[in-house]
Design a protein around this ligand. Structure first.
Ligand code: NAP
Length: 418
């Protein structure tokens, strides 16, 4: 199975397999795709060893050996620094570009030096404009709320604009002074000892994000997409995000999507069959709603900063970040990743919870259209947690639980496949 791609990256030969290609921003996946992985620093090593076993076993079982992933190691973070004296080698970037879909463990953020964060660098290089975070509850996980199972949302957060564009000027610098002068000439008042940050939100950036959120809802049978913004205060950025979202829905998804206004005016508040409700909420109200009426929301499309806060708040609501997966998705590249860091004090001790990377792999398989394998892993993670077979982080919070090592947790998940 698979073709021979006679190339090396970082001195490693590409394994036998085929390339994932992209059509209209969606992956076209062969039966033996080559998928680059970045093991990750610190606990990333233990996590990857455990995760890859779970993924391979699920794919093998789900497709009776007819599908298989050809894993290809690429390097970033400390391992790359040690071997190639670079935090993010050019070959790693080239391999991710060539093979399109990748998965990574957590990476140490280099202190000092050129790169602000490897994760941010990867997002910028590949224009990964959707930060996707599914948040669901696994029965048995301790949570700070009474009914955590009511929250089951997928957050699509814009990943390139807003405060992430990083345009800032320190107070007192020539640049800040110049900008203040320009703004004053436009009739705006700004204290002269202000630092200035610029928050661009474009029609292009907003619409491509909302489009992805709606497409996800359609593909996964979701009933609502909610745009989250602060448009009551910032009309031309946050408010425009909402307006452009509605505009896009009206032009591209008119047969599929209905607005809240129309829902009440024409359908007495009842969603017609086959339609998706597109509504919007002011960010502060949304934070209340995920606590008070969580089951009314399914897909959230947000601007960058609101989505940053909301993702972690929702993850905390269902029991924390230890099990929260994530993905950064663009039109010709998608990278799936753990949302936690490298937890260096637990490195190589075989104790850490690999759940975040394993569930990121579930997202990756789902994105590839290998939904049977994705479902098998997700259900098995859920079953294993319900059996109270968990790693230390959950065991210490779950009375009567059995503490498993990282590798044993992977074994238990594989044993629970059905
Ligand atoms: P961290 O690595 O996320 O660890 C903080 C604490 O969170 C750990 O001590 C542990 O808590 C808990 N934790 C993290 N991952 C866990 C897991 N898989 N299972 C169970 N518990 C887990 O945060 P940090 O110490 O602030 O950052 C360390 C390094 O990671 C830094 O270099 C940072 O830049 C980097 N980082 C990378 C990413 C990324 O690559 N996406 C994200 C964030 C941070 P207990 O000690 O209570 O058990």
């Amino acid at each position: 199975m698979g073709q021979v791609i006679d190339k090396t990256y970082n001195g490693l030969k590409v394994p036998q397999g085929e390339k994932i290609t992209f059509a209209d921003g969606k992956p076209v996946v062969p039966n033996k795709p080559i998928i680059p992985f970045i093991e990750g620093d610190g606990t990333g090593r233990d996590i990857w060893k455990a995760s890859v076993r779970v993924i391979d076993a699920a794919v093998k079982k789900a497709y009776d050996g007819k599908r298989e992933i050809a894993w290809f190691e690429v390097f970033a973070g400390e391992k790359a620094k040690d071997q190639f004296n670079e935090w993010l080698p050019e070959d790693t970037i080239a391999a991710l570009k060539e093979f399109g879909v990748g998965i990574k463990g957590p990476l140490t953020t280099p202190v000092g030096g050129g790169i602000r964060s490897l994760n941010v660098a990867l997002r910028q290089i590949f224009d990964l404009y959707c930060c996707v975070r599914p948040v669901r509850y696994f029965k048995g996980v301790p949570s700070p709320v009474v009914a955590p199972e009511k929250l089951d949302v997928v957050i699509y957060r814009e990943n390139t604009e807003d405060v992430y564009s990083g345009i800032e000027f320190q107070a007192g610098t020539d640049e800040a002074k110049k900008l203040i002068e320009i703004l004053e000439s436009m009739g705006k008042k700004i204290r002269h000892d202000s630092g200035i940050g610029i928050k661009p939100i474009s029609k292009t950036g907003s619409q491509r994000l909302v489009r992805r959120a709606i497409e996800y809802a359609i593909a996964h049978g979701k009933k609502t997409v909610t745009m989250v913004h602060k448009g009551n205060i910032q009309k031309f950025t946050e408010g425009a995000f909402r307006d452009w979202g509605y505009e896009l829905a009206a032009t591209e998804f008119a047969d599929k999507v209905i607005s809240e206004e129309k829902l009440w005016a024409d359908h007495d508040g009842k969603l017609p069959a086959g339609k998706i409700l597109l509504n919007d909420r002011i960010a502060d109200s949304m934070f209340q709603q995920v606590l008070t009426r969580p089951d009314e929301y399914q897909v959230l499309a947000t601007t960058n900063l609101n989505g940053d806060y909301l993702s972690d708040a929702c993850a905390a609501q269902v029991g924390g970040l230890g099990l929260a997966p994530g993905a950064n998705i663009g039109d010709s590249c998608a990278i799936f990743e753990a949302t936690h860091g490298t937890a260096p004090k637990y490195a190589d001790k075989d104790v850490i919870n690999p759940g975040s990377v394993i569930l990121s792999a579930v997202m990756m398989l789902d994105y590839m259209g290998w939904t049977e394998a994705a479902k098998m892993i997700e259900e098995s993670v859920s079953k294993t947690i319900q059996q109270k077979k968990v790693t230390y982080d959950l065991e210490r919070l779950m009375p009567g639980a059995t503490k498993l090592k990282t590798s044993e947790f992977a074994d238990a998940i594989i044993a629970n496949f059905s």
